[in-house]
Design a protein around this ligand. Structure first.
Ligand SMILES: Nc1ncnc2c1ncn2[C@@H]1O[C@H](COP(=O)(O)OP(=O)(O)O)[C@@H](O)[C@H]1O
Ligand SMILES: [Mg+2]
Length: 322
């Protein structure tokens, strides 16, 4: 008897070698029914390889994975019946109408009574008025919704999405998060997605596995991860020069443009002591840890978020102008 709440995805010590490349180096995690679960990591971390193994596209070199209770290698057919998958490759045929695209997907899965379900999905995702339109005429946001509808046409328990919002502008990305939440809420589908957008993991996912170099280095809700590994920043402006050596007991201290910056875990617990230790305070600001600092603490490297890239570009421009 399957349990009502059980892990619907279990990855145990997954290793994947491509020749001399070790894409996965013993990755483990599990996902409970109904979760929106994110694999977060930089390019090359092993996210796509993990999804390929879980969807039965490629076998692990060693290790084991169960999806919906079935072994992804030995029981691949049972797994495929119960999952939907959206890859970065486009599966939509632009020449065909929206409904025809859904029909093809339904027939691939051997679903005969697909029409009612197709309309229900289009209605849920707010694109039913486009049912007869050629798919090539859809906006990017509507197209993403069609992809999700196609992936759900056979009523899967689990939806896998590899970097679902790459290429979307910020507005469309936030809109698509709502679609994913709907999939989870209205259809009770468990969602596993990969992303290299820190904000996406933070705001969309109930739990996150942080991946780096083929391993899962931490798993938890975004808040748990931030509380456990995150680094807060305390910024203090003063009218007098501060005794920096005295502040080192609280964390890493940097003096920047006359501002004292202290990087520390759980800043709010330190704040009273910090304030007592500094004379002539003009202002104090606390920036709470983001998942970027979690990644940095765990790996010693930056996630290379888009923002960091932009900052580097500005630095270069400033340097070039001197
Ligand atoms: N088919 C392949 N052949 C050789 N190396 C591969 C192949 N697929 C992925 N890799 C390598 O495995 C590592 C993990 O890749 P991938 O799973 O695609 O990471 P991510 O999706 O997190 O960017 C990378 O170093 C990548 O170059
Ligand atoms: Mg990838």
């Amino acid at each position: 008897m399957p349990l009502a709440v059980a892990d619907v995805i279990v990855a145990e010590n997954l290793v994947k070698r491509y020749g001399r490349v070790l894409a996965l180096d013993g990755a483990s995690f599990s996902v409970a029914r109904g979760e929106i679960f994110g694999l977060l990591g930089p390019n090359g971390a092993g996210k796509t390889t993990t999804i390929k193994i879980l969807t039965g596209l490629t076998p692990p070199t060693s290790g084991r994975a169960l999806v919906a209770g079935f072994d992804v290698v030995r029981e691949a057919r049972e797994v495929k019946r119960r999952i939907g998958w959206i890859s970065s490759e486009i599966i939509i045929d632009d020449e065909l109408a929206v409904m025809e695209n859904l029909e093809i997907q339904a027939r691939l899965h051997g679903v005969s009574d697909w029409r009612e379900r197709a309309l229900q999905l289009l209605r849920y995702f707010g694109i039913v008025e486009a049912a007869g339109r050629p798919a090539g005429k859809l906006s990017t946001g509507m197209r993403k919704r069609l992809e999700v509808a196609m992936a759900l046409i056979h009523g899967p328990e689990i939806l896998f999405m590899d970097e679902p919002t790459v290429g979307l502008d910020v507005g469309a990305r936030v809109g698509f998060w709502e679609v994913i939440r709907q999939v989870s809420r209205e259809f009770g589908v468990t969602v596993l997605l990969t992303t290299h957008y820190i904000e996406e993991a933070d705001r969309l996912c109930g739990r996150v596995a942080i991946m780096n170099r083929g391993r899962v280095v931490a798993v938890g809700t975004p808040d748990e991860l931030k509380a456990r590994y995150g680094v807060d920043v305390i910024e203090i402006e003063t009218s007098k020069p501060a005794d920096v050596s005295m502040l080192r007991q609280f964390g890493e201290v940097i003096v920047l443009d006359g501002k004292i910056v202290i990087k520390a875990r759980r800043a709010e617990e330190l704040l009273a002591d910090v304030v007592r230790a500094v004379d002539g305070i003009r202002s104090v600001r606390v920036k709470k840890a983001g998942l970027d600092t979690v990644f940095m603490s765990l790996t010693g490297a930056s996630m290379e978020s888009g923002r960091a890239d932009i900052r580097r570009v500005y630095a270069r421009v400033r340097w070039a102008r001197r």
